[in-house]
Design a protein around this ligand. Structure first.
Ligand code: NFE
Ligand code: MG
Length: 502
């Protein structure tokens, strides 16, 4: 048995180490290690509850909006308030812009370089000024003997990349355009959020930015440019990668269980654009919050194991024997579940209520001659992310139309001296929950269970590996010095270790 370590796994957010036991060029066991402690849940104790949506946003610079949302949803519940329609829609539009930014980031800037050969640009014959700039710089790197020409597209493994130089050049062009698209998505969010990335206007009761016709028009015009990019670059590029690497419909399947809390409320009554739901062993069921626990047998904590988050504890123990990760192991009814875009799309597809989602999923599957079950794979995760990015961008136009300029976006409230609340939403990377308990007007306990906590969890008390660990087991690795297959599987989950540990 050979031990192969990828540490850190690069082009993700935060410090993830992956240790693989490999026998006869196949992964036998995988271990995901979150390699830092952060302590947000400890920092929050004793603070003013109204600090929570600001402090928790600092867990991450990529998905701060979702942390802010989970926090104000928990506080809405604790204060028994509900935002007016303008507040609900404003929150949706901020969170949607952050999803679009995050999904474009993930595909182009974090994952595509596992598939695209940047050096093809050295032979580029066209006259695109941006590509000519990249060409000159890559040629100079090749001439000076840099081992992997193409920094800052580094580090990367030697591997089989897309062969068509035309497609490779187009992908690099889109990589550069994607940077501008993400800036625009940030600007859209900031219209209703006050600022990005760590937003100012999301508060319990709604949002504090006023809804004006100017803001609606500005959001709408930037949205239209993003929709063109999503339709003409992002979705087609994901399809090209799928056509070039069909084997990745068979790689990285994982536990095959899925969980979504649901996201983007369409009314104050609770109907959401993406519904909540659970799929375990192929059977669908309604989501029950009471089934969530966190186990810590292999995590660096000395708190009790198997606690529900409302009564969760965070007691770090760096010297704990047997532990190998700072990530806890969340479980649903004791089961390992995957969260994220694939979970959201499969839950919604299974419920069958969303004709647009069903139509788009079937169109993509038809273009690739694949079945819904093929989605449980590396390429299925990329495909689900692109599909939901398009659906969310399209839906934003309808939310903009429903806004009422000049009407309130915020409901008044007061903070009780004691209470509790649960805030469940979906961040770009999956199911996100915050649990708040208020005691003597201060935060008595605050617990977060975060998407990458679910996906990159270590083994639980029974020794069952987490979703990414399961997705890696059994993977063929052609060259142990270049475990690109494992990196592609890990990155398909879009992990964020800063979030996972929090
Ligand atoms: Ni730090 Fe986050 C995760 C997402 S949770 S990126 O995991 O998406 O809000
Ligand atoms: Mg936690």
């Amino acid at each position: 048995m050979n031990k192969v370590t990828i540490d850190p796994i690069t082009r993700i957010e935060g410090h993830l180490g992956v240790n693989l036991d490999i026998e006869s060029n196949r992964v036998v066991n995988a271990y995901c290690a979150g390699e830092m402690f952060r302590g947000f849940e400890v920092i929050l104790r004793g603070r003013d509850p109204l600090d929570a949506q600001q402090i928790t946003q600092r867990i991450c610079g990529v998905c701060p909006v979702s942390h802010g949302m989970a926090s104000v949803l928990a506080q809405d519940a604790a204060y028994s308030i509900s935002p007016p329609d303008n507040g609900r829609l404003g929150r949706n539009l901020i969170q949607a812009a952050n999803y679009i930014q995050s999904h474009i980031l993930h595909f182009y800037h974090l994952a595509a370089l596992d598939f695209v050969d940047i050096t093809a640009v050295a032979k580029y014959q066209g006259n695109d000024p941006q590509l000519l700039g990249v060409k000159a710089w890559i040629k100079s790197q090749i001439a000076s003997g840099v081992p992997h020409p193409g920094a800052p597209f580094l580090p990367r493994y030697t591997g089989n990349y897309i062969e068509s130089s035309e497609l490779n050049c187009l992908a690099v062009k889109h990589y550069l355009e994607a940077l501008e698209m993400r800036t625009m998505a940030h600007k859209m969010a900031a219209l209703f959020a006050g600022k990005m990335p760590h937003v100012a206007s999301i508060m319990p009761g709604g949002i504090t930015e006023r809804i004006t016709a100017d803001k609606i028009a500005a959001y709408s015009s930037m949205l239209k440019r993003l929709q063109v990019f999503i339709d003409e670059a992002y979705v087609p590029d994901v399809l090209e990668v799928a056509k070039a690497f069909p084997d990745y419909f068979n790689q990285g399947k994982g536990c095959g269980n899925f969980l979504s809390y649901g996201v983007f409320p369409e009314s104050s009554k609770g109907k959401k654009m993406f519904p909540s739901g659970v799929i375990i062993g192929g059977k669908s069921s309604e989501f029950e919050e009471g089934k969530i626990t966190e186990e810590i047998a292999y995590s660096f904590y000395s708190s009790s194991s198997g606690l529900k988050p409302a009564g969760g504890e965070t007691v770090p123990d760096a010297a704990k024997s047997k532990a190998y990760s700072w990530i806890k192991a969340p479980r649903y009814g004791g089961q390992v579940v995957e969260v994220g875009p694939l979970a959201r799309v499969l839950v919604a597809y299974g419920k069958g209520d969303d004709a647009k989602l069903k139509g788009l999923v079937e169109k993509v599957l038809g273009a690739l001659d694949k079945k819904p079950q093929d989605l449980v794979s590396v390429l299925g995760r990329h495909g689900a992310r692109a599909v939901e990015c398009k659906l969310i961008a399209d839906r934003c136009g309808e939310w903009l139309d429903q806004l009422k300029p000049g009407e309130p976006a915020f409901a008044e409230f007061s903070v009780p001296s004691s209470g509790s609340g649960v805030g469940l939403t979906e961040a770009p990377r999956g199911a996100l929950g915050h649990w708040i308990t208020i005691k003597d007007g201060k935060i008595g306990n605050y617990q977060c269970v975060v998407p990458t906590t679910w996906n990159c969890s270590p083994r639980d008390d029974k020794g069952t590996p987490g979703p990414v660990e399961q997705a890696l087991a059994g993977t063929p690795i052609a060259d142990e010095k270049n475990p690109i297959e494992a990196a592609r599987i890990v990155r398909s989950f879009d992990p964020c270790i800063a979030c996972a540990v929090h």
